[in-house]
Design a protein around this ligand. Structure first.
Ligand SMILES: Cc1cc2nc3c(=O)[nH]c(=O)nc-3n(C[C@H](O)[C@H](O)[C@H](O)COP(=O)(O)O)c2cc1C
Length: 196
């Protein structure tokens, strides 16, 4: 697919066809997720991949609880002193799908990265977060180029800690760190030439 076609076709999708996606395709997409600009000259993030219903249920329980509580009709019909906005309608569509989109997708990819507290101070504190966003965007574009679609869920409140705790205790999840041989980057001359 042409690059600008990819840009134009990418969109957030929250309902998926019941079709299998081969893991080779996922590997190509994750490779794209590693070939991003990186703030500290190291690509030291990794991805956890959830595939089965059991894995998703265990790790994403918070999202499940949260989205089941949201009442789309009620939200759409809240009395407002102005006509409902398009943004509010999109919010109403997205909220109840925060778990079903993860449940229905053939794969859930969780990027794992280190970041300091980003509550204030220097802009550069945001660098780890900005880097992982570059990676997410590459993943979205690569998936689009593969003829696939994606959505994303940003953890709310204590959801991050909950997912982290459950993922750590689940142990045998598919962890892309063990597949660094995928990352066959073309050899570069000079510094780092021998790194993967
Ligand atoms: C920073 C950021 C956070 C987002 N968080 C969520 C989220 O938690 N859940 C969700 O369903 N979509 C999320 N989205 C997707 C947006 O809703 C979507 O990108 C937006 O509606 C524009 O639509 P498009 O991606 O189809 O162009 C997020 C997007 C961004 C950039």
């Amino acid at each position: 697919m042409e690059f600008y076609d990819v840009i134009n076709k990418r969109r957030t999708v929250r309902e998926f066809l019941d079709k299998e996606v081969g893991f080779e395709t996922v590997k190509r997409i994750l490779e794209a997720g590693y070939k991003t600009p990186t703030w500290n000259h190291n690509r030291n993030w990794h991805f956890i991949i959830l595939k089965t219903d059991e894995e998703k249920e265990a790790i994403l329980e918070y999202a499940k609880k949260k989205s089941s509580k949201f009442d789309e009709e009620k939200y759409l019909n809240i009395p407002r002193p102005y006509p409902i906005t398009l943004g509010q309608k999109m919010f109403a569509h997205a909220m109840p799908r925060q778990y079903s989109m993860l449940e229905d997708a053939p794969y859930v990819i969780i990027p794992v990265f280190r970041s300091k507290d980003v509550s204030g101070g220097s802009f550069s504190k945001l660098n780890p977060f900005a880097t992982i966003w570059c990676s997410i965007e590459n993943i979205f574009l690569a998936a689009t180029a593969e003829g696939l679609a994606c959505s994303m869920r940003i953890p709310a409140n204590e959801e991050h800690d909950d997912v982290k705790k459950e993922a750590e205790s689940a142990g045998n999840l598919h962890d892309a760190r063990f597949h660094r041989d995928w990352l066959c980057r073309p050899q570069r001359k000079g510094i780092g030439a021998n790194r993967p």
